[in-house]
Design a protein around this ligand. Structure first.
Ligand code: UFG
Length: 338
């Protein structure tokens, strides 16, 4: 009998790609989203890629009664929680909004998962490592004090999951994503930032298409080979596949510990300038960019040691940064109707 996975925030960037991979791997997927930070584009894209309508529930996981109702009306084998706010700067300006939304929704999911024996996968972030003392970071590297309420919610939710697993006999996995970029090769789903993008790749593609005049590279005086920051950019489809590995590990009872953490990255550091140059080269265009002062709160360099995920989940990033940047550009052109 096929197993059912609930994807909270399933209409968003990561959630929509994970939904496609889960469904293609044979899982029944229920998408739930309050659409507070997206429109129907990705949901429609998911259905077009899969050639079928997936169950969609418009709801807010901050509503505990609605959350409990969803879990009692469906036999849910695992839940993946993406429904959260994610803009670092906004979280500094609006901490209460971030704490209320990101923490309450996850507490409600944990409560319902406890009642119904559901496995829980939490989408965490490399942000929990802060400015690491050593790179690459392993899952054992220390978590640093969070520098934003957003980062704090990631750390707190990891702790909520760890403590609930320990107390209630639950099973949970936290995946710590590095920098997810790109789009589905179909160009039917991708990243849809509202307003001015905070993240690098949407800013690059919007500059290339003419929506933004100029890309500002924040800082070229970092102690790195070319002076710009180093990150671990992970293809969104590769990242989505890691969720299939983690969900099946939980559902099939293959976990070695009831709470496990995995880094999801490539293990390759890429500088901002290298990424910009790769984008120009693979897509055969010139980007209008300029160096600007450092952005407050940016870490110099962080990249993953992804070997634990390879050993235990049997997962590994497969796509090159060039393939990923070509997909990101195809998505931007699709959005522009080109
Ligand atoms: N950058 C630019 N110009 C831009 C946007 C970004 O130069 O217009 C640079 C940044 O300074 C950084 C790199 O591109 O060096 C990557 O920036 P992103 O905003 O794309 O990603 P971050 O590494 O800052 O963000 C990631 C995750 C967040 C997480 C954050 C915490 O995307 O979810 O790490 O450090 F919160």
């Amino acid at each position: 009998m096929s197993k059912t996975v609930l994807v909270s925030g399933g209409a968003g960037f990561i959630g929509s790609h994970v939904t496609v991979e889960l469904s293609q791997a044979g899982y029944d997927v229920i998408i739930a989203d309050n659409m507070s930070n997206c429109d129907e584009t990705n949901y429609k894209g998911v259905c077009a890629i899969l050639g079928k309508q997936l169950p969609f529930i418009k709801m807010d996981f901050c509503d505990s009664a609605a959350t409990e109702k969803l879990f009692s009306e469906n036999k849910i084998d695992a839940v993946i929680h993406f429904a959260a706010f994610k803009a670092v700067g906004e979280s500094v300006a609006e901490p209460l909004m971030y704490y209320k939304n990101n923490l309450v929704s996850f507490l409600n999911i944990l409560q319902a998962s406890r009642e119904h024996g559901t496995n829980v996968l939490f989408s965490s972030s490399a942000t929990v490592y802060g400015e690491p003392d050593e790179t690459p970071v392993t899952e054992q590297s220390p978590r640093k004090p969070a520098t934003s309420p957003y980062g704090n919610t990631k750390q707190m939710c990891e702790d909520f999951l760890r403590d609930c697993v320990a107390a209630y006999g639950m099973h949970g996995i936290a995946l710590r994503y590095f920098n997810p970029i790109g789009a589905h090769p179909s160009a039917l789903i991708g990243e849809l930032p509202r307003g001015v993008p905070n993240n690098l790749v949407p800013f690059i593609t919007q500059t290339a298409i003419g929506k933004r005049e100029c890309l500002y590279i924040f800082g070229n005086d970092y102690p790195t080979p070319d002076g710009t920051c180093l990150r671990d950019y992970i293809d969104i489809v590769d990242l989505a596949k890691a969720h299939v590995c983690a969900v099946s590990r939980m559902i099939e009872g293959r976990m070695e510990e009831p709470y496990e953490i995995f880094n999801i990255g490539t293990g390759r550091p890429v500088s901002v300038l290298e990424l910009v140059n790769a984008f120009e080269k693979v897509n055969g265009l010139k980007l209008n960019y300029r160096f600007a002062p450092r952005r407050e709160g940016d870490v110099t360099a962080v990249w993953a040691d992804p070997s634990l995920a390879e050993r235990k989940l049997g997962w590994k990033a497969t796509r090159t940064v060039e393939q990923t940047l070509a997909a990101a550009w195809a998505w931007e052109k699709h959005l522009a109707g080109k």
